[in-house]
Design a protein around this ligand. Structure first.
Ligand code: KMH
Ligand code: ZN
Length: 278
């Protein structure tokens, strides 16, 4: 169950911006349209085929504004014409459903579909009720968007499977196991084995590890035949105690690991093929 050919090309997703991380954490975190395009290009040039996209106002405030997404997507497409752009529908904790869904009206190839509610550190709660997930899935089906099913815990995998059986989420499903959120599943090797063994045959998966879990989870993901995500949204360090200069530097590290471990890296065209995008 959940097996992927270990020689399959490796899809690298770069989560270049996020909603929580700021320039105080790492001055290279992008806010403006120009900064977002520059970070996307650094990741793409290094080998990323998907950009998981959150956008900000110039002062760093997270926004789900359709206009801001459109401006950023256009700027990214100018410098990385064939990259797959995957807007977030998670946005930032506390945003309304309508706000969160705004980028789907641009009909991107992919978007995230968060499959459960969880604590998100401190007093934060990231809310995704069952009816919200159904509503978000229906919207994505209507617009022909392939969901990346974001799961922060095992129960969210089960929710996705249940909604698939009810016809709301189409197969083959593509999961992103987000490991190490303060409120979700941790990022120990056994946790990833458990998650990868819990999804239906024929599904694809990506793994991302938050903070110190990033590179260990990525390494395991490469070895297990999954796909991987890195970037400032998940972690701002290139190694313990050393800030990453760019998202591209983090992607370069993944490409080096993949080479050593025998996984060729997918181009955007190959990623589209693997994920069944049009
Ligand atoms: N910013 C988090 C609250 C997603 O992109 O879909 C949610 C998140 C997940 O980042
Ligand atoms: Zn995100």
């Amino acid at each position: 169950r959940g097996e992927v050919n270990a020689m399959e090309k490796l899809i690298i997703t770069a989560c270049i911006c996020g909603a929580e991380v700021t320039k105080e954490h790492n001055p290279a975190v992008p806010y403006t349209v120009e900064e977002i395009a520059k970070e996307a290009k650094s990741a793409y040039d290094a080998g990323a085929s998907i950009i998981h996209l959150h956008v900000r106002e110039d002062d760093g405030t997270p926004t789900q504004s359709k206009e801001r997404f459109e401006a950023c997507i256009n700027a990214i497409k100018e410098v990385c014409p064939d990259v797959i752009i995957q807007p977030s529908t998670g946005g930032a904790v506390g945003m309304s459903n309508e706000e969160r869904l705004a980028p789907t009206t641009l009909r991107p190839e992919m978007a995230t579909l968060d499959c459960g509610t969880c604590n998100f550190g401190g007093d934060e709660i990231f809310v995704n009720t069952e009816n919200m997930i159904i509503d978000f899935a229906n919207t994505m089906n209507e617009y022909g968007i392939k969901p990346e099913i974001e799961v922060f815990d095992k129960g969210m995998v089960d929710m996705a499977i249940r909604l698939h059986k009810k016809g709301y989420i189409k197969a083959p499903m593509h999961f992103d196991f987000v490991m190490g959120v303060n409120g979700g599943i941790s990022g120990e090797p056994r946790d990833l084995l458990f998650m990868a063994n819990s999804i239906p045959a024929g599904s694809t998966w990506t793994v991302s590890g938050v903070g110190r879990f990033e590179y260990p989870m990525v390494t395991m993901g490469i070895l297990m035949g999954g796909h991987v995500r890195v970037g400032f949204e998940d972690n701002v360090y290139i190694e313990k105690g050393k800030l990453a200069a760019s998202n591209g530097e983090m992607v370069e590290k993944v490409v080096r690991l993949a080479k050593e471990l025998g996984r060729p890296v997918a181009t955007p065209a190959e990623a589209r093929e693997i994920l069944g995008l049009k």
